[in-house]
Design a protein around this ligand. Structure first.
Ligand code: FAD
Length: 656
């Protein structure tokens, strides 16, 4: 049996971004002893990189805003595939979560009359994003961390130990969620990145808050940690993933120089007046307003420009269409030969605002372009193009409790959870999602843990054989050439040399970018699945040299399992959905099909024991099934005009 240190907590939160920290605060406030584990340094998560703001219908800048309008915008943005109950809770609770942040010390930008300022963003009818310049995520994380410190100070007073009831384990990676003999969550298996030491945290509740999957694609705004770990951990624990075909390609990433390709150019640039032009100088977005949005967007440049000054009497410019529409339009312009010198299009604020306003409202963008591309955005346009940014698909959860389906004790919140954003997320709706559902996940995880203690079955117990299997799996890359890799299903690999994890990662990223990227075709996705099968077999021989002390090659070898699982889910679901909707565009099925609105695609691990060895490399590891979506509650449907619903709902839904 592997000698592995064990600790006991009530709730383990995996991830210290906005969702994880908000969940941890709630769980601790409910009285649960709470451990937070994060792969990188505490405070370094995607949330910190969020620029534009938090969407919440506080109505500070336009009193017409309210939760119903926010709900409508979110459903429209997601093309009605959203789990409507999540969209409802999100729209209703987001303002309270922003106020709460302020009471915990967040310093938002203000309106002239001293209220929290709110800015325009794509797909939002009113100015709705509470923000701190273009560094909102930083303030959000700083505030949540400060709240945790204050809770730890309370604990010190009471127990003489800062970490009595909330403790952060930073630079630790979770590789498995553990379960007891009844199939209930019993804890997590992790390794410390610096020392390579293994340890187990025993707990009845585990909250996954691990963020996104972007590192499976070559061009991405995501940083190194986003390898779909939580998605894979859920699958391996037996929970299904929902609608994984929906991946958001943000329209504006940097395209030059190559070393920074994919880094995000915030949507605030367009929200604050930035316009998109092609190489002919044409403001091309007016040619790309789809029928479903025709009534809500300006048809002329003059009307679009007037909207910035008088939004009540003009319609918004099409640069502020939802992200999927803008990304596809840019892609089409570049393909038609009207792109910028480095394969993007031009985004210009320099002709729209005085230099000092650009520097004040978009300080990070100003520095980002000056330092990384030697471009002064107050005087010249930026070059931008689509970049893989966000995954709408994720762990299938209960809308109210954030409980993962089918695995008692497992919860998921934030980007790792599916459903809230349907087929396409509106900008700003992630930060609010993290706060709303992070809180709910923490609350219900704490309740579940308390219930486990008082139940007849008692607290779940970690099974030794699971710990041994997790340790063996984690050590495997050190013996890629050894006998362990040549037994059982790996016998065919005998005699083959180990594979370099970096090469495998590059091939995976290229495959996903080229064959399952922004525009998808049947033949290409079939090729992608074949290639993923080949990579999966080779990844079992991913080998590293050296030891367990800070060994990035080893870490990547372990992350490959997750990226391959998630990529297969994306490719299989994208092949199955024969329509174009939100973040899923098929060249061979170019329109949205109302019949598909009733369909959720569910991915499960084919081998329910969670072992990966037994799976057939040709067949893949994922089973895909269709599931009917739950009908939208009538009072929520009544918030829309009938003429609008006709564009989205299937015939039978309309007649019902
Ligand atoms: P994250 O903040 O991504 O945190 C994930 C955490 O999980 C990290 O702590 C990570 O270390 C940890 N983790 C991952 N795997 C493991 C593992 N195996 N073991 C242990 N820990 C693990 N959204 C908006 O609403 N508004 C914006 O303005 C905005 N701007 C953005 C700008 C950029 C550049 C990017 C990349 C995203 C932006 N988004 C924005 C999206 C938003 O920031 C993310 O969707 C959101 O922050 C995700 O939060 P999260 O809490 O789910 O996860």
């Amino acid at each position: 049996m592997a000698q592995v240190e064990r600790q006991q907590w009530d709730v383990v939160v995996v991830g210290a971004g906005g969702a994880g920290l908000r969940a941890a605060i709630e769980a601790r406030e409910q009285g649960a002893r709470t451990a937070v584990i994060c792969k990188s340094l505490f405070g370094k998560a995607h949330t910190v990189m969020a620029e534009g703001g938090i969407a919440a219908s506080m109505g500070n800048v336009n009193a017409g805003d309210n939760w119903q309008v926010h709900f409508r915008d979110t459903m429209r943005g997601g093309k009605f595939l959203n789990q409507w109950r999540m969209a409802e809770l999100h729209a209703k609770e987001a303002p309270d979560r922003v106020w709460e942040l302020e009471t915990w010390g967040a310093l938002f930008d203000r309106t002239k009359d001293g209220r929290i300022s709110q800015r325009n963003f794509g797909g939002h009818e009113y100015p709705r994003l509470a923000h701190v310049g273009d560094r909102t995520g930083l303030e959000l994380i700083r505030t949540l961390q400060q709240k945790i410190v204050s809770l730890q100070q309370e604990d010190f007073k009471e127990h003489g130990d800062y970490e009595a009831r909330i403790k952060v384990f930073q630079e630790c990676t979770v590789t498995r969620v553990l379960k007891d003999d009844e199939g209930r969550v019993s804890g997590v298996f992790c390794y410390e990145r610096e020392s390579g030491r293994f340890f187990v945290i025993e707990a009845p509740s585990v909250v996954l808050a691990t963020g996104g999957i972007g590192k499976s694609f070559k061009v991405t705004s995501n940083s190194w940690e986003y390898t779909g770990d939580g998605h894979a951990l859920a699958l391996l624990a037996g929970a299904p993933l929902l609608n994984m075909e929906f991946v958001q390609f943000h329209p504006t990433g940097m395209v030059w120089p190559p070393s920074v390709k994919g880094i995000l150019v915030t949507e605030s640039v367009r929200g604050d007046g930035g316009v998109l032009r092609n190489s002919d100088g044409k403001r091309f977005m007016f040619d790309y307003i789809p029928d479903v949005f025709k009534e809500q967007y300006a048809q002329t440049e003059e009307e679009g420009d007037r909207w910035y000054e008088d939004p009540d009497h003009n319609r918004r410019p099409p640069e502020l269409l939802p992200r999927d529409e803008v990304a596809r339009a840019i892609n089409s312009e570049v393909k038609a030969g009207r792109g910028s010198p480095h394969g993007g299009v031009f985004l210009d604020v320099s002709t729209r605002m005085p230099a000092e306003v650009v520097r004040r409202r978009l300080p990070s963008m100003y520095h980002q372009f000056k330092e990384l591309a030697d471009v002064d955005i107050t005087a010249e346009p930026m070059e931008v193009g689509p970049t893989c940014h966000y995954v709408m698909g994720g762990v299938a959860v209960d809308s109210d409790t954030a409980a993962a389906r089918g695995v008692p004790g497992l919860f998921a919140a934030g980007e790792v959870a599916g459903g809230m954003h349907g087929s396409n997320r509106l900008g700003g709706n992630s930060l609010s999602d993290l706060l709303v559902f992070g809180r709910r996940a923490g609350l219900h995880a704490a309740e579940y843990a308390a219930g486990a203690d008082s139940s007849d079955a008692g607290r779940p117990v970690v099974v030794d054989s699971e710990v041994d299997a997790a340790a063996a799996e984690a050590l495997r890359p050190f013996s890629a050439e050894g006998p362990e890799a040549r037994t059982g299903d790996d016998a065919a690999a005998a005699g083959l040399p180990p594979e370099n994890p970096y090469t495998l990662h590059q091939e995976l990223q290229q495959t996903m970018n080229d064959l399952v990227g922004i525009i998808r075709r049947e033949g290409e996705m079939e090729k992608a699945l074949e290639k993923l099968g080949e990579l999966r077999v080779r990844a079992r021989r991913a080998g590293v040299e050296g030891h367990r002390q800070f060994n990035p090659g080893w870490h990547l070898s372990l992350d490959l399992r997750n990226m391959l699982l998630v990529s297969e889910c994306i490719a299989r679901a994208a092949l199955e959905r024969t329509e174009s909707r939100g973040g899923h565009t098929r060249e061979d099925h170019a329109t949205m099909d109302r019949a598909w609105r009733r369909v959720n695609l569910i991915c499960r691990l084919s081998d329910p024991t969670g072992g990966l060895a037994a799976t057939d490399p040709q067949r893949g590891q994922i089973d895909l099934s269709r599931e009917e979506t739950e009908p939208v509650r009538p009072d929520l449907l009544a918030l829309f005009e009938k003429e609008e619903l006709v564009k989205y709902l299937a015939e039978e839904e309309l007649s019902e």
